[in-house]
Design a protein around this ligand. Sequence first.
Ligand code: NAP
Length: 229
Amino acid sequence: MEQQSTVLVLGASRGLGLALTEEWLSRGWRVIATVRRPSDQLDALAARFAGRLEIESTDINDAATVRSLRQRLEGRGLDVLFVNAGIARAIEESPVSAAEADFLDMMLTNAFSPVRSVELLRDLVPSGGTIAVMTSELGSIANANGSWQLYSSSKAALNMLMKGYAAQHAGDGHALLLVAPGWVRTEMGGADALLSIEESIPLVVDMVEANRGKPGLRYIDRFNRPLPW
Ligand SMILES: NC(=O)c1ccc[n+]([C@@H]2O[C@H](COP(=O)([O-])OP(=O)(O)OC[C@H]3O[C@@H](n4cnc5c(N)ncnc54)[C@H](OP(=O)(O)O)[C@@H]3O)[C@@H](O)[C@H]2O)c1
């Protein structure tokens, strides 16, 4: 019998992370999903997919919680590590109007902490596995048009940090994916966003699966199309 594939999703309490969890569960995978505080929606998935969803507690901004997750997962092999957690603050603001703390929070949560989490968890992913991080179309410097400029800067910083990571760990044999899901109606994306969660996440999972066994770093959208850095 073929062994069940396993994915770890960091930041799965709601929105796209919750949907990624549900999508992989629906495809027969085992999912380890993390939250900062209990999530009724994730608990409902655990009841629906009995025995295949493990819920763990982790705040990516608190390295000790990521290290202790790493210890709890000792001996487990991950086919996919997916860092989804992210925040958006001060989306209408510029450096002259924004609170400094909002920018610092985004740089920490959207850029520094995801890549630190990847560094701390990478040895759970065997060669041939996949590490994906949720970035955004807005992280493209080449395509920038000034919208959500502080958030966009944090995602551009994430992309840059993953460039450095990819260079430093070129021998790992991992597919490294910077994933742009499209503009999606979640608490972050808002009601005016172009896509429903159902129009984005199944394609994101298709794209991650299509990149299985293809080492190297790619910045790509849900259709598996490369984006300009
Ligand atoms: N929606 C869009 O249009 C869109 C477009 C491009 C990229 N993205 C990216 O997609 C990802 C998910 O976005 P979303 O729309 O689903 O946003 P969301 O509805 O606001 O959900 C954000 C998720 O990230 C978690 N999170 C935030 N800070 C965290 C931390 N320090 N540690 C662990 N988890 C943390 C949240 O957990 P709590 O419930 O504990 O707060 C929640 O599960 C983000 O990286 C976002 O930047 C979204």
